[in-house]
Design a protein around this ligand. Structure first.
Ligand SMILES: Cc1cc2nc3c(=O)[nH]c(=O)nc-3n(C[C@H](O)[C@H](O)[C@H](O)COP(=O)(O)OP(=O)(O)OC[C@H]3O[C@@H](n4cnc5c(N)ncnc54)[C@H](O)[C@@H]3O)c2cc1C
Length: 385
């Protein structure tokens, strides 16, 4: 791959930036469950979180493949882009489906980092993956929607100014297809929190700033509706390809970090009078993880290229996400095993990255749902649900 296609300049610059945020920084954030605000600010100042926003709105107008390079390098450095990756792609729904007034109002400030749009509320306790059964509803009342309901696992709400929210505007049993009757609202969190929206932090096995949301007659102005009422599911689906490809790129970066860390250790650690890496029982799992990750990376590149040339890429985005999340998990397990007891010692960062990369087989979509999508949409097998 040429340097230009590989985005070598961007990769080097991101790697340089990440060097200022070492393992100690991330361990401290993880231990105290703190948001890595300084790191996010440095990425914002460097313009890395606005690369997908067109130049007309103050962004860099780059393609998805460049954004993948940024996130991959962040993860490869040992950092965690989960704190801010959504600032890159959540605005895509606004960009593609918002009206001109909404785009002119918000996109320049999102591009500069003055406004943070890095929260999106889809998942609910009772519906889970079955999104068409969401119960959070918005009922029109004059020039407002009144929103009531509950969401769960909604990340970065406490570190966002705006949130994209999926709600039901027409009950499921009153629409011809369950995917109809849902709408997307752009909620101004600065006004909503404390005025109908309650945010409750949800402690998880990784430091991901995730929360539960409770909506009690929250008033949202009708001007906050993105696109047409009732077509919100389509808009959310539309943004998922970019999200899956970008998260797959993060997994590739994670796997590279694990593989480099394991290789370095295997070369240096001496047991029985020689480097453990001399044993094929140590070498082969590292080589296998590398091969698995290179194959996954090829699928991520393919999906990103299809996306960037405007071609359909739904199944490739799904396959990239499945392969990359499995490759990063396999590399994590291998890296821990290579380090023996030291893999469990917090100061080596492996157990932290191990916990962080495990997420991606569940979120933003779980492996089973990808398998089901490929089985029914690509292979034309009968639907099971
Ligand atoms: C740290 C974290 C951050 C998150 N951030 C966000 C966020 O910012 N915004 C947001 O909207 N959501 C977010 N999520 C939610 C995430 O997208 C969901 O957890 C995920 O989509 C799975 O939904 P669920 O947890 O309800 O699992 P469920 O839908 O309850 O599924 C449970 C298990 O059953 C499997 N399953 C379900 N149905 C089938 C079937 N028919 N066939 C086979 N297997 C099936 C699933 O694959 C899964 O493994 C986050 C989650 C976590 C853990």
């Amino acid at each position: 791959m040429s340097d230009e296609l590989n985005h070598s300049d961007i990769r080097q610059a991101v790697a340089r930036l990440c060097r200022d945020f070492d393992g100690e920084y991330w361990r401290e954030k993880d231990r105290l469950k703190q948001y890595p605000g300084e790191f996010v600010q440095a990425l914002t100042d460097g313009g890395y979180l606005s690369v997908l926003i067109p130049e007309a709105y103050g962004g860099a107008g780059m393609n998805l493949s460049a954004a993948c390079a940024i996130l991959e390098e962040i993860q490869r450095s040992g950092a965690n882009g989960g704190a801010c990756h959504a600032q890159m792609y959540t605005m895509g729904t606004l960009l593609r489906h918002g009206n001109n007034a909404q785009k002119d109002t918000y996109l320049p400030d999102i591009a500069s980092g003055k406004l943070r749009l890095q929260a999106f509320g889809v998942t609910e306790p009772s519906s889970g993956t079955d999104t068409t059964r969401i119960r959070t509803k918005a009922v029109r009342d004059g020039d407002c929607y009144i929103v009531s309901g509950q969401k769960v696992f909604i990340s970065r709400v406490e570190h966002s100014d705006l949130m994209l929210l999926l709600v039901r505007t027409t009950p499921r049993d009153e629409v011809d297809k369950p995917t109809r009757g849902m709408s997307v609202l752009l909620v101004d969190l600065r006004e909503a929190i404390g005025n109908g929206l309650t945010v409750r932090p949800l402690e998880t096995m990784l430091n991901h700033a995730t929360t539960e949301l409770f909506f009690d007659k929250l008033r949202v102005p009708v001007e906050s509706l993105i696109g047409n009422e009732g077509e919100g599911f389509k808009y959310i689906l539309d943004g998922m390809n970019a999200e899956r490809i970008l998260i797959a790129a993060e997994c590739i970066g994670d796997a590279r970090w694990f593989i480099e860390k394991a290789s370095d250790y295997a070369r240096e650690r001496e047991v029985f009078g020689e480097a453990i890496g001399k044993n094929q029982g140590i070498q082969f799992p590292i080589a296998r993880a590398y091969i698995q990750n290179e194959a996954a990376a090829a699928m991520v590149d393919k999906a990103a290229q299809l996306f960037d040339t405007g071609k359909p890429c739904g199944s490739q985005a799904n396959m990239a996400k499945l392969l990359a999340s499995e490759a990063s998990w396999a590399a994590a397990d291998m890296c821990l095993q290579t380090h023996g007891g030291y893999g469990f010692a917090v100061e080596y960062d492996i157990e932290r990255k191990f916990r962080e990369t495990r997420l991606y087989q569940v979120a933003p979509i779980s492996t089973n749902l990808i398998l089901s999508n490929v089985a029914t949409h690509v292979l034309d097998l009968p639907k099971s649900f």
